[in-house]
Design a binder for this molecule. Structure first.
Ligand SMILES: Cc1cc2nc3c(=O)[nH]c(=O)nc-3n(C[C@H](O)[C@H](O)[C@H](O)COP(=O)(O)O)c2cc1C
Length: 409
């Protein structure tokens, strides 16, 4: 069997283990995949120039991020339905992250609830990601639950006002609540290891996997439209909602999905502690600029007022270093830990995270740097073509069709 030495190896292993519908849901972008290709191209274009003969004998990645001590400037990104990748996958991700010494962000759309994850990973640093539901009272209750489970950091996803246009999910019959069709049933039957080790375990235990945090009635959403309406994504979400969240959330508040300087400024003005410069892994709007193209201008504008994080497209340790060199204080990893989870469960997820730290260490040695903060010095950034496009030019069309209940984002 092929050795698992890099992200591509883990991805290939994940591809053979997971039903195609689930693999594509994780792996692909949106519409024509342009944003996803752009992410990768933007990272590949960046160069970092070494300082030679610096004589460091070790590299240090320990970081204080928003008051928390991390062994490396990495966070496991919120990913919906990670619990479908392995049985109890979200808890496994939390334990893997905890062993590596980094936080994990639990998605509103996780299979397993934050309470169960907390019980299974008592030492993990849990962040909570929020999709604001139309029903604000239900949203507030969800936040109370996250808080009661020790989540001190809230990540509000701002870049997903509606369900994205991922045609492959429709073709594959992939959605939540899961309604089996001929195509998806054949797909599952062709992946017996996943069927036995993941789906069958749910069916014999807690039942058909679905969004754990959603009200029980959501499971019958098709017949209960009023409940489905309550937990739809709110396409009217705006900065007043962030003001409201700032009032009710006593912990750290992060806005995820910022690409424009003016939005970063607004987040700072409203008392948010951090933003994630993110294109949602190329999964939402296909004409977005890449975060690597936007982050420097944002980091320069909000320096000292906001902590800047970044994500999207990271497949190597050098990609992490590039985002850090451009001004991120830490990065989020989305698909990588999921591929690790698919390939080898909890150990696989941990191995992927350690692999990335190992790649970062090798690259830092070549670069002649001891601490990642040194990478922000212009001497390391080489002649990187950080074309700073005008992110304000990216229009968000609020006239899209509304999210259908149960659309998976
Ligand atoms: C399968 C999958 C599910 C995701 N679900 C969520 C989610 O529930 N909430 C959210 O804010 N972002 C979600 N994201 C986006 C990630 O948090 C992150 O922004 C993105 O994956 C980073 O790009 P990368 O996968 O190339 O590392 C998801 C990403 C993937 C791959």
């Amino acid at each position: 069997m092929r050795m698992l030495l890099n992200a591509d190896d883990y991805r290939s292993r994940a591809r053979s283990f997971l039903p195609r519908g689930l693999f594509e849901y994780i792996d692909r972008g949106t519409e024509d995949g342009v944003a996803l290709r752009r992410l990768r191209a933007s990272l590949d274009e960046i160069t970092l120039t070494p300082s030679v003969l610096t004589g460091h004998d070790r590299r240090r990645f320990d970081t204080t991020l928003l008051g928390q001590q991390l062994t490396a400037p990495l966070v496991v990104a919120p990913t919906a339905l990670a619990g479908l990748v392995a049985h109890d996958g979200e808890t496994k991700l939390a334990r893997a992250a905890s062993r590596v010494g980094i936080p994990v962000c639990i998605s509103t759309q996780s299979v397993t609830t934050v309470e169960t994850i907390r019980r299974g990973a008592p030492d993990a640093t849990l962040w909570f990601q929020l999709y604001v539901w139309r029903d604000r009272a239900l949203t507030a209750k969800l936040l109370e639950r996250a808080r009661a489970c020790g989540c001190e950091t809230l990540v509000v996803t701002a870049d997903t006002p509606v369900a994205p246009n991922r045609e492959y999910n429709k073709r594959n019959g992939f959605g939540i609540p899961f309604v089996p069709g001929l195509r998806s049933t054949i797909d599952i039957a062709l992946h017996p290891r996943w069927l036995v080790s993941v789906l069958a375990r749910y069916l014999l235990g807690e039942g058909m996997p679905t969004y754990g945090h959603y009200p029980d009635e959501f499971r019958t959403a098709i017949t209960r439209p009023s409940i489905a309406e309550a937990v739809r994504l709110d396409h009217r979400l705006n900065w007043d909602d962030v003001r409201w969240l700032r009032e009710i959330w006593p912990g750290k508040l992060i806005i995820k999905g910022v690409l424009a300087v003016k939005d970063a400024e607004t987040a700072a003005g409203l008392g948010c502690e951090a933003i994630v410069v993110s294109a949602h892994g190329g999964r939402n709007l296909d004409c977005l600029p890449a975060p690597a193209e936007c982050i420097q201008a944002i980091a320069d504008a909000v320096k000292g007022r906001l902590t800047v994080l970044a994500d999207s497209g990271i497949r190597r340790g050098t990609d992490v270093l590039k985002y850090l060199a451009l001004g991120a204080e830490a990065v989020l990893l989305g698909r990588l830990p999921l591929w690790g989870l698919a390939a080898g469960g909890e150990e696989g997820a941990e191995a992927v995270l350690r692999m990335i730290v190992g790649e970062m260490d090798t690259a830092m040695a070549f670069l002649g740097a001891e601490r990642v903060a040194e990478l922000r010095s212009p001497s390391f950034r080489g002649d990187a073509p950080h074309r700073t496009r005008n992110p304000e030019a990216v229009e968000r069309d609020s006239g899209f069709a509304h999210a259908r209940p149960g659309m998976t984002v």
